[in-house]
Design a protein around this ligand. Sequence first.
Ligand SMILES: Cc1ncc(COP(=O)(O)O)c(C=O)c1O
Length: 440
Amino acid sequence: MTMMFKSLAATLLLSSATQAFSTVTKTDMSPSYLSNVPEGPPDAILGIAEAFKSCTDERKVNVCVGAYRDSTGKPWILPSVRKAEERLLVDPTVNKEYAPIAGDAKYVDLALGFAYGTDADMTKLAGVQTLSGTGACRVGGHFLSKFVPKPEGMDKVPIYIPNPTWGNHIAIFNNCGMDVRRYRYYNSKTNRLDYDGLIEDLKEAPEGSVILLHACAHNPTGCDPTMEQWKDISDLIKSKKHHCFFDSAYQGFASGDAEADASALRLFVSEGHNVVLAQSFAKNFGLYGERTGTLSVVCNSLEERSAVMSQLKLIIRPMYSSPPIHGSSIVKTVLTDEELTAEYYDNCKEMATRINAMRVKLVEVLKEVGSEHDWSHVTEQIGMFAYTGMNSDMCDELTSKYSIFLTRDGRISLAGLNDGNIEYVAKAVHDVTAGKSITS
Ligand SMILES: Cc1ncc(COP(=O)(O)O)c(C=O)c1O
């Protein structure tokens, strides 16, 4: 028996279901393909979350987490979301039947109104409910990979994603069979958007490539183009016949104003792009585990819309059949009731305001504790994260010396900061950065 079989047997013997599984512990089991399955690497971010959980240092701080925490460090259910759930609980028309393949059509319409504006021409929008933003990227990537013509000489559809970007983008679009390439996004010498690099790379990309753009609050850098820059990017994408894929994971959460955070997306639509949009309600509604999102495509006609819808359904059906219904019912309940909608906007603003306050305070306290670095890039950034410019050694030191857990790219989740820990974090950041460069 190999070591693996021995440990499997030991685990199963310890389980309360020993009786039921006793045949698995037989010594005559022949080795199978399973013995050749290699151990995969842990997910970078989830691995840090595990390390935080098992850390026994009382001072520990989690600034890796990509989820909102209130001023006491606790997860927060938005009061408007809670009220919607209470209504659903006593609504006699609610049941647990399957949603259609494309999800709850009413929810999808409301979600698309939230993103594109309530005056958008719904007859041209093909939209389906998805398993949050990740599922939307996955369904969208599959669709693009299947239907975007491959540039000459290429056997896969190229998708250009920013460098850096949300880490999951790389695996998602690779798994969709796309050729994942990067465009420059961040200049670590200035700790600002590398606008010239971005333009050069999009110009160089083969005509007809897919370009992934973060709709607002770019993760991880927090650097967004200005509206003038967005307009120039739109013109360039048009002139190169590229296709745009917008990933919108932070609408409303970035500035506190969902309309303002949709400006870039709406500009591109008004400029005539056949935008593909992945939308997540994880952050802005706090519906992380409810897996609530949409994937939509701006079409040119009713006929196109119908064909696109049919193909999206063909992608979804063998993937997961139909989406979960609880999160979408919450969003639908909130957005169909004026009072709840107003309360929701207040809740969303409250989250954005607290996060922005932490951003400003972090820089203030860094100065107070003696840091002589220019941290103005942090206050210029937007969204959930501060992309500090700290290198991986500094991040490692923060974790080993101070039990402050963060990703090794120097990204700090501002949601993890509060009045109780911000001074501790600022002092630690000062300690590991003093006398060293935070640009490269
Ligand atoms: C840029 C970006 N896109 C998509 C997502 C998807 O998240 P979810 O699948 O939880 O909606 C995230 C989450 O962190 C993100 O930062």
